[in-house]
Design a protein around this ligand. Structure first.
Ligand code: ADP
Ligand code: MG
Length: 402
């Protein structure tokens, strides 16, 4: 069982005036030709940065971006992020090209707090970052007074700026983004209001088994869509054509039906689909029922299923959604996913969206603002929900000083 935020300090607990604040953020935004295509993660980091500015801290921000293979790999530079931060904060953001540069101490001496902030280049330019290297961490600790982690999306990895560095710091805690993420995710784990439904979809059953296992005893039912549904349908003997099926998970699916029944819980599956020859087709066709014949594959849930899921969701008091209902990246097959987003937007119960593609789908649907919470965490939110300890949180609990 997770311990939530117990024993973890927040940025509010520290005196920040004239202190050097090392702020680990998740500024890992998607880029195309050097342009930011979605700045959600930057926006989500602003409250903590702004708070630190107001409190008079000298701020050193750090983040990873992608997986650079070599130091200085330009494709993974935080330059576009620095530019966007400058725009959003209306302050000067100084990008330091070498994250382990000795020049930072000098820079900090002359830093005009409240007007200038430092952003270290991609911390993964230093091999020691992913190696959780103590020497790199010591360098960063040597000029930092307070350490704050607000990089929820990176907190499931024991890397130097997430784990080794805070081990060396006396004053350390979390920012507003992580605080909110954990508070919201805990509402799915601790005394959730009932009925509680989990809408699961996406590509693979195998990616989600741990989450399914954890949620099975917590929820009142699963609502299943996406490619995952075809493994469950096939397990029931329903023909699924060329749809994605995980043959080695058919037994797991069969057991699931029994286990859900034994617990008196519901498991809703699609009763019709949108079928196509490939996921790239310009248009699909609606099936009459749950059966699908070759050469077709299921690419979205059908209109009867949308209706069925809508009715079920309207009864719920708590909803967790992970995994698109179809190949939503193709506008022809986005209807089911967007209909779920629309349905959730119209409800006033607790509705939490988790998962990288699910967050993107909620965003693309236009209904993101109406959700109770969209986790910026991707993998981290699922790992937290399934009961894994996040290294970035555990290290901050009171007793864990190395
Ligand atoms: P998340 O990142 O939110 O956890 P996943 O990564 O599990 O979600 O799944 C997202 C992917 O699942 C999307 O790229 C989507 O195209 C794909 N997908 C959903 N339904 C289908 C389907 N019927 N056939 C093939 N792929 C699908
Ligand atoms: Mg994904």
């Amino acid at each position: 069982m997770q311990k939530g935020l117990a024993g973890i300090k927040t940025i509010r607990d520290f005196e920040l005036n004239d202190k050097v604040l090392f702020l680990r953020l998740d500024l890992n935004v998607p880029l195309e030709d050097g342009k930011i295509t979605d700045d959600t993660r930057i926006q989500a980091s602003l409250p903590t940065i702004q708070y630190a500015l107001e409190k008079g801290a000298k701020i050193v921000m750090a983040s990873h971006l992608g997986r650079p293979k070599a130091a200085g790999d330009k494709k993974y530079s935080l330059e576009p992020v620095a530019a966007r931060l400058t725009e959003l904060l209306q302050k000067e953001v100084i990008l330091v090209e070498e994250p382990d540069s000795d020049g930072i101490k000098m820079l900090l001496t002359g830093l005009k707090k409240g007007y200038q902030l430092i952003l270290l280049e991609n911390v993964r330019y230093i091999a020691g970052e992913t190696e959780n290297d103590e020497v790199f961490a010591q360098h960063l600790a040597s000029y930092s007074d307070v350490y704050i982690n607000d990089a929820f999306g990176a907190s499931h990895r024991a890397h130097a700026t997430i784990d080794a560095l805070p081990r060396l710091m006396k004053d350390r805690g979390i920012g507003f983004l992580i605080e909110k993420e954990i508070q919201m995710l805990d509402r799915l784990l601790v005394n959730p209001q009932r009925p509680y439904l989990a809408v699961l979809g996406g590509a693979k059953v195998s990616d989600k088994i741990e989450v399914i296992e954890k949620l099975m005893d917590l929820v009142d039912g699963f609502v299943i869509g996406g490619a995952m549904a075809y493994t469950f349908l096939k397990a029931q003997g329903i023909p699924v054509g060329k749809s994605l099926v995980e043959v080695d998970k058919l037994n797991y699916a069969r057991e699931m039906f029994k286990r859900m029944e034994a617990r008196n819980k519901t498991l809703l599956l699609p009763v019709d689909h949108v079928k196509a020859l490939t996921i790239k087709d310009a248009k699909g066709e609606v099936t009459v029922d749950a059966a699908l014949e070759e050469p077709y594959m299921g690419v979205d849930i059908g209109p009867k299923t949308i209706q069925l899921y809508r009715t079920a969701l309207k009864e719920a008091k708590t909803i967790f959604w992970n995994g698109p209902m179809g190949v939503f990246e193709n506008p022809a097959f986005s209807k089911g996913t967007f209909a779920v987003a629309e349905t959730l937007a119209g409800l006033d119960c607790l509705r939490i969206v988790g998962g990288g593609d699910s967050a993107a789908a909620a965003e693309a649907s236009g209904y993101a603002a109406q959700m109770s919470h969209i986790s910026t965490g991707g993998g981290a939110s699922l790992e937290y929900l399934q009961g894994d300890r996040l290294p970035g949180l555990e290290v901050l609990r009171a007793r864990n000083r190395g």
